[in-house]
Design a protein around this ligand. Structure first.
Ligand code: NAI
Length: 461
């Protein structure tokens, strides 16, 4: 039987980062992972492979169309989907093996198998019919989440799929129906539309991207429609059935719709099933998320949990921050995450990036605010790049001028938002950004101008 200071269950961005940090802090750490490759959903079947496909499909779309306007005429462009998928797989393998070598470098013990608590101080790790008992002073659950499904629909992985299979279609579906206009729905719709699918997105609500700033989400919908995506809002999907080789999707009160493939992207749920939480005495809260206190401690004092499994934004970087804060608190007594400074990015084209409060939230909370806008149309670099769609919306406190939230739809929005995250982390004002020199010509100047627009002194718009 092995005894560790800390046993981490799950090697996604939350778990593996926590393991490395704990080892740096001098703990004897092991990390249990049931999959062969480390890195969790993010590296294996989420963020990373989807970004590889988003990037490749963007190149393809440029080569087959938009480069012409810039005087680059590529004749007979062909799609080799299997090569595109191999590139994605190589990226994933490289990164997951990278985590393995980081574990070796930091002396984190990697255990292969499924971990199940038998009591609050012991887990059994099962793999290939064999099992091993492991004890530890503390445990950290970082098991993440799995795709949710809808009543009456069970993805079969072939015709009705989750994001995992939609990252590996071996042929471009002629018609793809996507259920849910959230992060996954929009990113995967973008990939397959660019590669030639006719894509219809069915969304339950009367808007896309719930939770994002309403105005920015509405602009995103317009731009995506211009690109060819079809949105059917207010659609409650009630079931699917095979109709010959196609899938028929039933919608309450509306005509059904047929497609070659159907992607279910209606959210994700915490992965707690196999953990034996009853044996450990850990209680679950709403919608089966693990309840934790401010230090990520469950109701059992030596068992902690972080990442998707505790709820909140289901984002890799949020899990990483929690993992570090949790182990630092265990070792040093300090550790904190500023949830107001967690950015979110949708990697469509244009990208959408957001941090801090939305305008809707400020209205609900009765916080007085000022707004500044700047369109990429008025930014020299965006013009030079031919990517002038979108804008920046800046929200600052009406009295203190403190940055409250920034919402960007436009080129490289995901990179631009980092400056705002730092500003929020340092409690900066819009004036701080407005008076900071930004290199010319850069997209970042648009952020400075949006900050200047808060006091109606933008120069170029
Ligand atoms: P989501 O929560 O972003 O969106 C789900 C959508 O499905 C919502 O718009 C919801 O209204 C809709 N929906 C729910 N029930 C429905 C029904 N019966 N019929 C039609 N529509 C319905 O969830 P998604 O896209 O599955 O992503 C899961 C998680 O993964 C998210 O929490 C997200 O944070 C994370 N993620 C993050 C990415 C990123 O950071 N770029 C990329 C992909 C996923």
């Amino acid at each position: 039987m092995s005894q560790y200071d800390l046993l981490i269950i799950g090697a996604g961005p939350g778990g593996y980062v926590a393991a490395i940090r704990a080892a740096q802090l001098g703990l004897k750490v092991a990390c249990v992972e049931k999959e062969k490759a480390l890195g969790g959903t993010c590296l294996r079947v989420g963020c990373i492979p989807s970004k590889a496909l988003l990037d490749s499909s963007e190149l393809y779309e440029k080569a087959t169309g938009s480069m012409k306007d810039r005087g680059i005429i590529a004749k007979s462009v062909e799609l080799d989907l299997s090569k595109m998928l191999s590139h994605k797989d190589r990226v994933v393998t490289g990164l997951t093996m990278g985590v393995e070598s980081l574990f070796k470098k930091n002396k984190v013990t990697r255990l292969i198998g499924t971990a199940r608590f038998t009591n609050p101080n012991t887990v059994v790790v099962e793999h290939d019919g064999k099992s091993e008992e492991v004890t530890a002073k503390n445990f950290l659950i970082a098991t993440g989440s799995v795709p949710s499904s809808l009543p009456g629909i069970e993805p079969d992985g072939v015709n009705v799929v989750t994001s995992t299979e939609a990252l590996a279609f071996t042929e471009v579906p002629k018609k793809l129906v996507v259920i849910g206009a959230g992060y996954i729905g929009l990113e995967m719709s973008t990939v397959w539309r660019r590669l030639g699918s006719e894509v219809v997105v069915l969304e339950f609500l009367d808007r896309i991207l719930p939770g994002m700033d309403t105005e920015i989400a509405a602009e995103a919908k317009k731009l995506f429609e211009k690109q060819g995506l079809v949105f059917n809002l207010g659609c409650k999907v009630t079931g699917t059935k095979m109709a010959g080789k196609q899938v028929e999707v039933m919608i309450e009160g509306k005509d059904s719709i047929k497609a070659d493939k159907v992607l279910m992207s209606v959210g994700r749920k915490p992965a707690t099933d196999q953990l034996g939480l009853d044996a450990a005495g850990v209680t679950l809260g709403q919608r089966n998320f693990i309840t934790v206190n401010a230090h990520y401690q469950t109701n059992v004092p030596n068992i902690y949990a972080i990442g998707d499994v505790i709820g909140g934004a289901m984002l890799a970087h949020k899990a990483e921050e929690e993992g570090i804060a949790c182990v630092e608190h265990i070792v040093t007594g300090y550790g904190h995450v500023n949830y107001n400074a967690i950015p979110a990015v949708v990697y469509t084209s244009p990208e959408i990036a957001t941090v801090g409060k939305t305008e809707d939230q400020l209205k609900t909370e009765g916080v007085p605010y000022k707004t500044g806008y700047f369109p990429f149309m008025a930014n020299g670099r965006a013009k030079a790049m031919g990517t002038t769609e979108g804008k920046i919306k800046f929200l600052a406190h009406a009295e203190t001028d403190r940055v409250l939230g920034v919402h960007i739809i436009g080129p490289h929005a995901g990179d631009l938002i980092a400056e705002v995250v730092l500003a929020i982390e340092f409690s900066a004002s819009s004036e701080d950004i407005a008076r900071t020199c930004h290199a010319h010509p850069t997209l970042a100047e648009a952020l400075k101008e949006a900050a200047m627009a808060v006091e109606k002194r933008a120069i170029h718009f």
